[in-house]
Each structure stands twice: as C-alpha cells, then as structure tokens.
Design a binder for this molecule. Structure first.
Ligand code: PXL
Length: 435
C-alpha cells in the first residue's frame, strides 16, 4: 500500500509531513511525500514559514506519480494561491481518492494558509476531494455557518458538500456540556454520528493524524464509515499516547496499528497484484487469514468478511478485514495451529493436479484428505468439515505441511490450502507455485 501526503514540513514532527509519515508507518503503508512549505516552529512557538515554489511542488508530484502506484492522497497544508493552483493542475485528472485536510492555523497560532489563498482553495481543491476533514472551526470558516448545535453542524456539512466535496467529516463538535465530542460524517446523503470522550489536554498533531489515518484506511479499501471509525479510534489512542518531548504541547505519538491487520492487508494487496492470479481463484472464491498467536476461537483469526473475488481477468477485494471475518479458512488455521502453533496464516486456491505437482517439485510438503471419508456426524454439523479435514491430513505428520488439498466430493469443490507462519510466508509459497 502506497500513500502520498502533500503537506508542509513541521520540524517538531508532531504534525505536517513528518507526522503523516509516522501515521502511515503505523498502518503498514509506505508514505511518499511532497513538501509544499517549510515551517519553523517548536512545541510552544511558531517562528515562520516559506512556501516551496509552485514549479517544485508540481515537479515533486509528477516525480512520485510517474513512478509509484498510489492508493490514496492526503492534502494538508497549502500555504498560498500559487501552491493551490499547482496542486490542482497536477491532480485534476487523476482518479486516486483525495483526502483534503483544510489547515489554516497551527496550534500555536502560526498562519498556515494566507487569506488570499482561501477562495482558490475552496474553488479548486474542494471539488477534487473524496472527503474533506475540517474541525468545527475550519468548517465554520469554509461554510460561513456558525456551529453551535448538531443541526448547524449538519447544515455546514451539506454546504461544504455542495461546494464539491464528495463526502464530509466535521470533527470535534462539543455542544453537550462536558465530556463528549461529536464527529459528524456526511457520506453522499447519509449522516452518521461518532462520539467519544473529550481529551483532557491539547496536543500537537491530532488533526494531521486523523486525516493521515483516514487516508491509510481508504487506501486499504475500507468502507468510508469503517475508515472514519478506525481513524478516529487510532487518533484518540495516539493522543492518549502523546508525549511531552519539548517544553510546550505534548507531541502526538501514533500507537502501532494492529500488526496482524497490517501484515495481512499488505499481503492481500500483493496477492491481488500477482499477474494472472485470477486463474487460481476457485468458484467459492478466496480468503486469506492470519491469527494471533495461540488462537483458540474464530475471533482470534483475522480474515476478509467477504472474499478475494475473480472479476474477469482481475481479482477484487470484497469486504473488510475483521477478526472472525472468515469461517472456513479460519477453521483450517485453528486446527493447524492446534498441532503446529507456528502455522498461523492460510489462503485457499483452486485445485489443479498440476499445481500439486509443481509444489512437490519445488520442495514443498503436501498433504491431503479424502472428503468421502468424512463421517456423517461431522458432515451434519455446520462448519466442522474443515477442522475434521485438516486434522485428518496432519494426524500422522511430524512437521507442518505447506499445502493441504482435497479433491472434492459430491457437490463440493476441490480445494488447495496453502499454510505459512505469516501472510508473507504464504505469499512466498504462492509465488513459487505461480511463477
Ligand atoms: O496540524 C496542522 C498542521 C499541519 N501542517 C503543518 C503544521 C501544522 C500545525 O502546526 O505545522 C506543517
């Protein structure tokens, strides 16, 4: 997964480009960066800013887009009119989702966008974005609507959407006295409300962290409301984790994302980009799973709620990753890990005798089971077949197999399961077979 941040440099590394790279990294994404301006600031004071020339901004964007396949782009600080125009001209024709984080002032009061850039910012950048992520103050400035109630917040979101943003999330409404903070998402025509407890202290970099986390989640293909929810939780955790490194505001410190999810998500993206991989997707489609160590229930195994689906000569990821998302392949891993605890990841592909021969030729250890031998008592109990099969295939083994297959049965599709210690290990085995 590759994500791009087009933003300003913050030498304190709480916000801006530096903050974004920390967040992208926590999500297991490779972060690319285009610097639009250089600020001089620390955790208490803002000293100054100089924009990078529009020509150099354009050339940075071009240099990245011509080399990398980018899954999502975040736009942060855009200082002046010339920079707005430079970004617009480079991005107006591309199809990559853009997360626009409007940034006008730093937490310490520095001006991060000139007043004269504001009208072009609205006219030229808002219509490009998949989602815009203002806080209430920024939303008030953009919409011209004072936000004192949820009703105002909704009106502001609709007004911003009319300006061309496909979706809008306004963060941090606090109307109910006290502890709750409300975030409002307007997705197409639908509103959703998220609320969380207000943090006791301010920290430097919260807004950037949220939009960068949202960018990483959108890059992963998450549904927008799930992407927002994940970014929100991540930001709350990172603020809780903020550390007072300098003398002023604490610096936000991204928590590590879920390592299982990061690894699996990256491996799924790589799997899908293998040439001709569609030929290996079975009728019942493919799932790819990875468990925590010593899994005991399906909830310990992360997998796609949907499947990796064959769509003509391509494959598409349908559904989100979730613990408990898979039943069949997850059951196989549970059974395998019961005997061989190091084997925690698996993926299923179409059965073909040639694949088995090639795997054996490449030195892989292959085992199998015969579905026609499945006892009726197992067959009648929903979801038990896979565990029974894997158990049958490994009972007599002293070391774990790389592959377990069965040749099907009446009305049952034949299948190959590839096992590994982790998704990268599984991917390596797939590549040996496919290439
Ligand atoms: O958090 C907003 C922000 C974005 N970008 C840069 C910043 C700041 C806040 O200070 O410095 C470069």
């Amino acid at each position: 997964m590759h994500v791009l941040s087009i933003a300003g440099s913050d030498p304190s590394s709480g916000a801006g480009i530096q903050g974004d790279m920390k967040t992208f990294n926590a999500f297991g994404a490779h972060g690319l960066s285009v610097v639009t301006a250089i600020t001089s600031q620390n955790t208490s004071r803002f000293f100054g800013v100089e924009p990078v020339s529009p020509l150099l901004v354009k050339s940075q964007i071009r240099s990245i887009l011509e080399d990398f396949q980018i899954d999502a782009i975040k736009i942060g600080m855009v200082y002046d009119k010339q920079t707005v125009r430079a970004i617009r001209s480079e991005l107006e024709k591309i199809k990559i989702p853009i997360i626009l984080d409007p940034i006008f002032k730093s937490t310490t009061g520095g001006i991060l966008q000139t007043e004269s850039a504001f009208s072009d910012f609205k006219k030229l950048l808002i219509p490009l974005c998949h989602i815009i992520t203002p806080n209430t103050t920024e939303a008030e400035k953009i919409s011209g609507i004072k936000i004192r109630s949820l009703k105002n917040m909704k009106s502001a979101a609709m007004k911003i959407q009319k300006m061309g943003a496909k979706n809008v999330i306004i963060k941090g409404g606090h109307f109910l006295k006290g502890i709750k903070v409300t975030d409002l998402l307007l997705e197409d025509k639908k509103f959703s409300i998220f609320s969380h407890t207000r943090m006791k202290f301010e920290s430097h970099g919260g807004g950037c962290t949220f939009s960068a986390a949202l960018c990483a989640n959108i890059a992963r293909g998450k549904k927008l409301s799930d992407a927002v929810d994940s970014a929100r939780l991540f930001t709350v955790e990172s603020i809780r984790n903020a550390t007072k490194i300098g003398r002023g505001l604490p610096i936000i410190t991204p928590t590590k994302g879920d390592v299982i999810e990061n690894q699996l998500s990256n491996a799924i993206s790589e799997f899908c980009s293998i040439e001709s991989i569609y030929e290996y997707i079975p009728e019942c489609q493919t799932n790819f799973v990875y468990s925590t160590s010593n899994p005991t229930t399906l909830k310990d195994v992360m997998g796609l709620e949907g499947r990796i689906v064959r769509t003509g000569k391509f494959v598409t990821i349908a559904g989100n990753l979730k613990y408990g998302g898979s039943k069949h392949i997850a059951s196989a891993v549970l059974e395998m890990a019961r005997k061989f605890p190091s084997m925690r990841s698996s993926l299923n592909i179409k059965y073909d005798e040639k694949i088995i021969k090639k795997a054996v030729f490449k030195g892989m250890k292959v085992s199998s089971y015969d579905r026609s031998k499945e006892p009726l008592t197992i067959r009648e109990r929903e979801g038990r077949t896979m565990s029974w099969g894997i158990k049958a295939a490994i009972t007599n083994l002293k070391t774990p197999p790389d592959i377990v297959f069965h040749k099907g049965g009446f009305g049952k599709e034949a299948m190959i399961l590839i096992f590994g210690k982790n998704p990268i290990d599984v991917l390596g085995k797939i590549l040996k077979i496919v290439r």
